[in-house]
Write a protein that binds this ligand. Structure first.
Ligand SMILES: Cc1cc2nc3c(=O)[nH]c(=O)nc-3n(C[C@H](O)[C@H](O)[C@H](O)COP(=O)(O)O)c2cc1C
Length: 304
């Protein structure tokens, strides 16, 4: 049985489309849902429109990807119809991802997207490729992460998941701080870094922004460790994200403590069908090893 639950929201399987990939329109979110995702996440939404960085914004390498999309989006009001479309047509839970540059604005954008009634609001406090504008991501300081959580929690009745950064010594105290302010769950992790890829023929970094967040298979061990630490610190439901490409990767996340596995870069490798393929691979593993449910596997890597 592949069903799982995120703060009372039921998923038919534990695969979740991560924020930033195929998540701009209601139609693309619904398409990914029909391809087998257990839940889908929108690209991060801010209060007002943002242009993002100049292209190229994505560079690939042998072990993953570096991106500096720069959080381009049409703004909350413009995006509401897209979320509403997905909530009506996707047939799976819709997670609206939000971000802001100030604590007050986090509250405002949470209230704005709540009008579209997403099942969960994911609070992106951890994008590493907008450091110059927003200073250190909010996710690197337990105190600031807690204040953002409190603000968003006051601004909506929808369950909130705080998306944490791996770019800290230990994610545990940050997870605990957001739990104490009422977070309903955690998404771990956002991209690592930032990193840089240089085109050696041109003798220059490939990305116009020069640096970008690292994602894909290379970051999986970091993501698994962060999920493990967050589970140990909180027991909140966790969407384990970072380098998940196969069912075995998803099982690793679940054994570390995740209730579901986010998939972003993997969509570039295996297409939108990755969600049904990963679900099938998880089921095959469970059949072979005799596991009956996702919950039975959850966190078992913690047992001594
Ligand atoms: C092209 C691209 C765009 C992304 N945009 C966002 C975003 O808007 N908001 C966000 O919270 N995370 C964003 N992410 C991060 C992913 O949601 C995910 O946390 C990260 O890439 C690790 O997972 P993965 O290895 O499966 O891609 C983006 C990642 C990529 C590759």
């Amino acid at each position: 049985m592949l069903s799982t639950e995120l703060a009372g929201v039921k998923l038919k399987n534990p695969t979740v489309l991560a924020s930033g990939i195929l998540g701009v329109t209601g139609a693309s979110l619904s398409h990914v849902a029909k391809s087998g995702a257990g839940a889908v996440t929108t690209k991060s939404i801010s209060l007002k429109e943002r242009k993002g960085h100049l292209t190229p914004v994505i560079a690939t390498y042998e072990h993953g990807m570096v991106n500096a999309v720069g959080l381009s989006n049409a703004g909350a009001e413009e995006t509401l119809p897209e979320i509403e479309f997905a909530v009506k047509n996707a047939g799976v839970p819709v997670i609206a991802s939000i971000f802001a540059s100030t604590i007050t604005e986090f509250g405002k954008v949470a209230a704005a997207v709540s009008k579209a009634n997403p099942h969960i609001i994911e609070v992106n406090i951890s994008c590493p490729n907008v450091d110059d504008e927003f200073g250190r991501p909010f996710a690197c300081d337990p105190g600031i992460a807690a204040v953002v959580t409190k603000k968003v929690k006051k601004s909506t009745n929808i369950p909130i998941f705080i998306k944490l950064s791996p770019n800290v010594h230990n994610i545990g105290p940050i997870a605990e701080a957001v739990q104490n302010e009422g977070a309903d769950g955690i998404t771990a992790i956002n991209t690592v870094g930032p990193g840089m890829i240089i085109n050696i023929e041109a003798a220059t970094p490939i990305l116009t922004n020069r640096v970008g967040g690292v994602s894909g298979p290379a970051i999986k061990p970091i993501a698994v460790k962060c999920v493990y630490e967050a589970y140990k610190a909180t027991k909140l439901p966790i969407i384990g994200t970072g380098g998940v490409t196969t069912g075995r990767d998803a099982v690793e996340m679940i054994m570390a403590g995740a209730s579901a596995a986010g998939i972003g870069t993997g969509v570039y490798y295996r297409g939108p069908e990755i969600f049904s393929k990963v679900s099938k691979e998880i089921q095959e593993f469970m059949d072979k090893e005799g596991y009956k449910s996702i919950n039975e596997m959850r966190g078992i890597a913690h047992e001594e």
